[in-house]
Design a binder for this molecule. Sequence first.
Ligand code: FBP
Length: 262
Amino acid sequence: MLPHAADDISRDGKSLILAYDHGLEHGPVDFEPNPDTADPERVFELATHEAVTSLAVQKGLAEAYYPHYEDEVNLLLKLNGTSNLWMGEPDSAVNCTAEYAAELGADAVGFTVYGGSNHEVEMAEEFREAQEGARAHDMAVVMWSYPRGQGLRNDGSPDVISYGARLGLELGADVVKVKYPGSAEAMGDAVEMAGPADVVMSGGTMRDDEAFLRNVSNAIDAGATGIAVGRNVFQRDEPERILDALEAVIFDEVDPAEALAI
Ligand code: FBP
């Protein structure tokens, strides 16, 4: 791993990745709670909030909007991704090369690997090409490490999440994004398995403010370096308010109740 490879997408070693690839991964249903968020411009604007250390989007949004935001937003270009319009073992199409991501001005690339899927071998090989391409262009590599597939009985169990974190380290990610495993202790195990790679938790479906921030705070206490979050921010009526609170919890390690009162 390159030393400090993730510096371009972090602040004091911590990160808040705003994820906005949902239009591809889940479709318009994710914009229903807050219909204005179907407009990418709204979320690029949100990414200029000082809490946000990078914005994760697919190539099409980067081509259309990033030229207007390159001075204010760090771009994390997702290189693979898929819709949920089809059925089958988890898999993801490679939609962009690392070389083209660099051309678009990306600071980092993102790549999903579904460990445990019947397509894991091909996905790991595709990740190898993306990771080596990113190294050639000095871009950090963020792995969405989401073990799932017919061979896994419980893809949310702490052991499986720790394995996902380790998979990120073994395959050369600088940052591994994992689901929150349910407790600070389990998150600590995942962080230990990831070694020198940073671990960030994913946001998940929209939750009550304090419960959500409590999980983030537990993750930070356990050694995670931040969060990659989409719905829990952009689906809210006042997304800036939760970003303010997340900033306090992640970067200043403020207690969640206090962070919400700021
Ligand atoms: P959320 O914070 O909204 O969960 O977004 C994180 C993320 O990884 C997105 O980047 C991606 O679109 C989505 O979750 C995928 O979720 P899943 O595959 O679990 O449906």
